[in-house]
Design a protein around this ligand. Structure first.
Ligand code: IYR
Length: 212
């Protein structure tokens, strides 16, 4: 009987968390309301608790609210996106993105109160010595998943943004060569009139098969 109630409680918990996570939506339109630094700190330290290869935590987070730096990042990213949209991205790719309404303009890089720039550390530098990190992409992907979950959990919105190439971020943020930009996460409150594209997620039978 005790076990039965325990399982019922688990079912309630797992379903309510699923319902909460299914309500997460990416936003590209932010209100200009600020977010205290203490909230950003807790969100980032949640991300930093993620599992990683040999527990090396091969990541570094830059949290940017300075408007001069945000403008610099926007201008550099828009230059790259103009190239991408006019020369690099295939017609098929652009067609796949049409329903999201994206283009080379990246206002969110200035409108969001904070940009979290996630770096992956290919290796550690201890003095002159290189120390290896393991499963760097997997580890930083996990930390970024924790990050966007923490953002959603506190009622904020974000975007997972990856201009390509992203090397310009090392220059603007003055980060060393063993750190490579992984993702830019603008974070804030979704604007009242934020554009919400119609999206559906795959059904269970398309993503899950049990072997039991
Ligand atoms: N980086 C470009 C293009 C882009 C690519 C993918 I894949 C997306 O899911 C969304 C956008 C941009 O941000 O506009």
């Amino acid at each position: 009987m005790k076990r039965f109630f325990y399982i019922c409680c688990m079912i309630n918990k797992v379903k309510s968390f699923k319902d909460k996570m299914e309500r997460r939506r990416t936003t590209r339109d932010f209100s200009n309301a600020g977010i205290p630094k203490a909230i950003i700190t807790e969100i980032i330290m949640t991300a930093s608790s993620a599992p990683s290869g040999a527990n090396k935590q091969p990541w570094f987070f830059c949290a940017v609210s300075d408007s001069g730096l945000k403008r610099e990042i926007r201008l550099a990213a828009e230059k790259i996106e103009q190239q991408a949209y006019t020369h690099k991205m295939s017609e098929e790719w652009k067609k796949d993105l049409k329903h999201l309404g994206t283009n080379w303009e990246k206002e969110f890089l200035e409108n969001a109160p904070w940009l979290i720039v996630v770096f992956k550390k290919t290796h550690e530098l201890v003095g002159e010595k290189k120390k290896k990190n393991y499963y760097v992409n997997e580890s930083v992907g996990l930390a970024t998943g924790f990050l966007i979950t923490a953002i959603h959990n506190v009622g904020l919105s974000c975007l997972t943004y990856t201009p390509s190439p992203m090397g310009f971020l090392n220059g603007i943020l003055n980060r060393p060569d063993n750190e490579k930009p992984y993702m830019v996460i603008p974070i804030g409150y979704a604007a009242n009139n934020a554009f919400l594209p119609e999206l559906t997620k795959k059904d269970q039978n398309e993503v899950l098969k049990f072997y039991f």
